[in-house]
Ligand binder design. Structure first.
Ligand code: BES
Ligand code: ZN
Ligand code: ZN
Length: 489
């Protein structure tokens, strides 16, 4: 982790690899801090740099900057249109540029604007850089991570105390984001249910979280027949983990977070094609988010009791796999006809959501890479959220807005439930049509929730093969930051 500082200096004496200067377009650039050198001003005056949003111009050895070898001008677009998220993303994009150049120590001149609080500007800029400061090199022959050693935000005379107060939440959120990226990017050959459970055990101990791990025998005793069925085709046995965070004071509320943890989704006997499997090591993103969020809750000592339920299995084809046509007796005793073994996430969640409902918490939120249909609907930068407790959904949407992680509400449509009717069981696991697949999956889950305040988040778009702003290739790591924001508010 880089050393981090917020300084009330203007930054012109910064001695590091690069001084990043964030600039609004239009006349606002004339209000630039002193740190801007003659060269930089010249570039701006000659209109080679218009400060359009996300425009980047590197300048070598600018005069007036005493020590840093480079200055990087970063456009913010019009000041009137500034938001925290735009600042976060512009700083993040600049940071990715610097990391690729191999620059290790970076100073940032925080922009001056009267439209946002100073401390929030400083914090947004810093957070964008920290989110971008990630490199997945665990599986490189010679790991040489492109990471920062030093990050310093300059604020030209502003009081930095208020900004510093945000630091613990930012650090906890960024660490959790990076942890989710690490877990979801790790190949399934290395991260299988037992390995995930062992890691969770180690981390839970370090963070003083309660943990219970159920192996196949315990799952059979506990009636988790759907988890067992999904996992039965794999040589790696399934696990369910229960994590517990309790605040020191009497908790204000109790929340249960439920995560889908399919360590690899081959589709089972309803086998996916080769390209459909390429990213399916990430089908445990929900589980990773639950684990990372509970660790962050402990770091932040949130005032809410949080239980994490994680269902881990591998969905593989083999002689012992569950089969299309099988009828499963779920934990709730409702029976499920399996017509497509690739719709396995909802089966695992059926058992876990029933278990969660028994705990009678205030809210249940499940997180799952559940449907390709959700990616078709919303793309790879937005998660779908479903729920009938509109207040809960709105609180979660607000947390998403505050952290710049994009959630969008999709409807639960009662009429679509009839497509899930089975001739032989209480419900079947597919609707028989491709249309509205994210909604029919959510309608399936609803049958197993015996609770008034539940939200389902379809995270299928959390993998991206395009790098954008502070986001890196692969798993986005989104989830813990908005969950933490919600739990803290
Ligand atoms: N894990 C997948 C969903 C998924 C697909 C996430 C692509 C991200 C990208 C899930 O288990 C699945 O295979 N769902 C099927 C459901 C279908 C058989 C009803 C799907 O979406 O195709
Ligand atoms: Zn599947
Ligand atoms: Zn899946």
């Amino acid at each position: 982790m880089a050393s981090i500082d917020i300084s009330s200096q203007p930054g012109k004496d910064f001695s590091g690899d690069v001084l990043v200067v964030l600039v609004f377009s239009g006349r606002e650039r004339h209000r630039l801090p002193l740190a801007i050198s003659k060269v930089a001003r010249q570039v701006m005056d000659e209109s080679d740099f218009k400060a359009e949003y996300l425009e980047l111009v590197p300048l070598h050895h600018p005069n007036g900057v005493k020590e840093s070898r480079w200055m990087l001008l970063v456009g913010l677009g019009e000041e009137e249109a500034v938001t925290h998220n735009k600042l976060r993303k512009a700083a993040g994009a600049a940071a990715r540029f610097c990391l690729k150049k191999g620059w290790k120590s970076l100073g940032l001149v925080s922009p001056a604007t009267s439209l946002l609080d100073h401390d929030e500007v400083q914090v947004a800029v810093l957070e964008g850089v920290m989110l971008a400061d990630y490199d997945f090199v665990l599986f490189k022959g010679k790991p040489e991570p492109k990471r920062f050693e030093r990050i310093e935000v300059f604020t030209n005379g502003d009081d930095t105390r208020k900004a510093r107060r945000h630091l613990p939440q930012i650090e906890a959120g960024v660490n959790a984001c990076h942890r989710v990226r690490d877990l979801a990017n790790t190949p399934a050959g290395d991260l299988y249910p037992e390995a995930f459970a062992e890691l969770a055990q180690k981390l839970a101990k370090q963070h003083k979280l309660g943990i219970e791990i159920m192996d196949a025998d315990a799952l059979a005793k506990g009636g988790f027949n759907c988890v067992l069925a999904v996992g039965q085709g794999s040589a790696r046995a399934p696990r369910v983990i229960k994590l517990e965070y309790k605040p020191k004071e009497k908790p204000k509320k109790h929340v249960v977070l439920v995560g889908k943890g399919i360590c690899f989704d081959a589709g089972g006997l309803s086998l996916k094609d080769a390209s459909g499997m390429e990213t399916m090591k990430d089908d445990m993103t929900g589980a990773a988010i639950v684990l990372a969020t509970l660790l962050a809750c402990a770091e932040m000592q949130v005032p809410v009791q949080v239980t994490g339920l994680i269902g881990l299995a591998e969905n593989m084809p083999s002689g012992s796999s569950f089969k299309p046509g099988d009828v499963l007796r779920s934990r709730s005793v409702k029976t499920i006809e399996v017509l497509n073994t690739d719709a396995e996430g909802r089966l695992i969640l059926a058992d876990l959501l029933h278990f969660a409902s028994e705990m009678k918490p205030d809210h249940i939120v499940d997180l799952a890479t559940l449907t390709g249909a959700c990616v078709i609907a919303l793309g790879d930068g937005v998660s779908g959220i479903f729920g009938e407790d509109q207040k809960l959904v709105e609180h979660l949407l607000d947390a998403g807005k505050a952290t710049g992680e994009h959630l969008w509400q999709l409807p639960l449509v009662p009429e679509y439930r009839s497509a899930l009717k089975s001739h032989v069981a209480d419900i079947k696991n597919i609707s028989g049509t491709r249309w509205g697949g994210a909604i029919s999956a959510a309608m399936f889950l609803k049958d197993f929730v015996d609770h008034a305040s539940w939200a389902h988040v379809d995270l299928s778009g959390n993998w991206s093969s395009t790098e954008r702003d502070y986001r890196t290739y692969g798993a986005s790591g989104e989830g813990p930051r908005w969950l933490l924001e919600w739990l803290l508010s």
